[in-house]
Write a protein that binds this ligand. Structure first.
Ligand SMILES: [Ca+2]
Length: 200
């Protein structure tokens, strides 16, 4: 888990602008009013929508995902969860990521075709944390997927303030280290110049 002063920011999104090339939305999800999800209106019967994010973690030893969620939906029958794929292909119900945060996921009642048995449902808001360390050293696609059954109610899901942090692999100097190195090279150069002048 990425903790302490050594953790670096890998990705940050507050949805006040558009999406980057590494993000996409599908179904009824949109970006608007500084959020992604059901930005306006509600959701429909048998909806499947998602926000998806591709992360390059090749230069990190670990990674931590944090985001805010706010959902108004039919409890246990409509909801969302987060799934991961390192192949770019998502199989229904496969790759479920479980949050570190306790009490976020709860059992779904009707075993939704893609969401599966576990998700965030009903009327709920909070901040969820996921450990992505199992994907460190590689790339991973994360899908924040929403699904409803026949009885659609509520305005659905909104996501905001998504941050991914991680510990960079050793050997990648921090900016402060680079500054020290450049100063060091400069000092060495001036010593050489003085020596050449003395020889001339
Ligand atoms: Ca926002």
């Amino acid at each position: 888990m990425a903790t302490g002063a050594e953790a670096a920011q890998i990705f940050r999104q507050n949805f006040s602008g558009g999406l980057t090339a590494q993000e996409q939305v599908s179904g009824n999800f949109r970006v608007g009013n500084g959020i992604v999800g059901h930005a306006t209106g509600g959701y429909r019967d048998y909806e499947y929508s998602f926000y998806q994010l591709s992360l390059d973690l090749t230069q990190y030893l670990d990674a931590l995902l944090v985001f805010d969620f706010d959902i108004v939906s039919e409890a246990r029958y409509d909801g969302f969860n987060v799934v991961a794929s390192d192949t770019g292909v998502f199989e229904p119900k496969a790759g479920l990521l479980s949050p570190i945060t306790a009490g976020v996921y709860a059992p779904m009642s009707n075993n939704l075709s893609r969401l599966g048995d576990t998700g965030v449902s009903g009327t709920k808001a909070g901040r969820a944390t996921f450990d992505l360390s199992q994907f460190a050293g590689g790339t991973v696609d994360l899908r924040f997927q929403f699904q409803s059954d026949y009885f659609a109610t509520g305005r659905g899901l909104q996501l905001d303030n998504l941050v991914v942090t991680g510990t960079p692999v050793a050997g990648v100097p921090e900016p402060a280290t680079w500054a020290m190195m450049i100063l060091g090279f400069g000092a060495a150069g001036s010593v050489l110049r003085r020596r050449r002048m003395a020889l001339a």
